[in-house]
Write a protein that binds this ligand. Structure first.
Ligand SMILES: C[S@@+](CC[C@H](N)C(=O)[O-])C[C@H]1O[C@@H](n2cnc3c(N)ncnc32)[C@H](O)[C@@H]1O
Length: 252
């Protein structure tokens, strides 16, 4: 509890006012990742492996961008920082502990950007959403990875759409913004990698499935090269009798 409170206070103090309200959910994610570290280890290793494979053979390694860098648990940050001239980490919030870790490693080539990557505001302003359009102004871009971010964009957009009773927003807002992220990656003139959870299931101790949902709302990722399961809430995390399992894909 004390560690969480300190993490929250330090993160909120270091986060711009536009994104400060997201500090709480980042701290919650950090706490859960700590509690579930053993159950999440294979997922984190698989994500890192997918990203490493995606950059293999890249002859130019000038700038790499990590979208949804979050806790830096499923991103091979050491490898990226060592092999690219510049690494740009983009998220709504960068935890104080992540900032400290990066400082401790003395990475001089890692930059942090706080940014909403959903494209919601574009759609609200009746513009065609281009959530990754800002990457056009990043010089010498050679690699972009979307790191376990896309389903979270979908969740956040759905929540905001429902909470704001979004008058004037299209009924397919969530689907459009998920599709815009996938299209945005495809349009980039560099190597890209998408790692995302695509579905969740609630399963009891007998293996019976009680609930299922498509986290990408019917939008299909392209060229899936790897798949695995991620026990996001193992038995005992949310319930003694149920676990929540996400299916994850990687494409590059
Ligand atoms: C599951 S975590 C990603 C984990 C991270 N890749 C790691 O290595 O630990 C999802 C991340 O997406 C970020 N996120 C969610 N919605 C976002 C949005 N609209 N724009 C930018 N980042 C967002 C969250 O802050 C969180 O850090």
């Amino acid at each position: 509890m004390i560690a969480e409170a300190l993490q929250y206070l330090a993160t909120a103090a270091l986060t711009g006012s536009a994104h400060r309200r997201f500090a709480r959910s980042s701290v919650n994610l950090w706490s859960r990742a700590g509690r579930c570290s053993r159950d999440w280890a294979a997922h984190e290793a698989n994500s890192k492996e997918a990203i490493s494979t995606a950059i293999s053979g890249l002859t130019q390694r000038r700038t790499a961008v990590v979208l949804g860098s979050g806790l830096l648990r499923d991103v091979p940050i050491e490898q990226l920082a060592e092999s690219f001239d510049t690494v740009v980490l983009v998220d709504l919030v960068h935890l104080a502990s992540v900032r400290v870790r990066l400082k401790g490693k003395r990475y001089r080539n890692v930059r942090l950007i706080e940014r909403d990557l959903s494209g919601y505001d574009d759609l609200a302003a009746r513009r065609e959403p281009e959530p990754l359009g800002f990457l056009r102004s990043v010089p010498y871009l050679d690699f972009v990875v979307s790191a376990n971010l896309l389903s979270q964009i979908g969740r956040g957009v759905k929540r905001r759409y429902e909470a704001e009773a979004s008058a004037g927003m299209p009924a397919d807002t969530v689907e459009r913004l998920i599709a815009a992220h996938i299209q945005g990656l495809a349009d980039l003139p560099c190597r890209t990698c998408l790692v995302t959870d695509i579905s969740y299931t609630v399963i009891d101790r007998t293996g019976k499935v009680h609930e299922e949902a498509d986290l990408l709302h019917g939008v299909k990722p392209r060229e899936v090269k790897a798949r695995w399961d991620w026990p996001v809430a193992p038995f005992g995390e949310e319930s003694r009798d149920y676990q929540i399992l996400h299916k994850v894909i990687a494409s590059w």
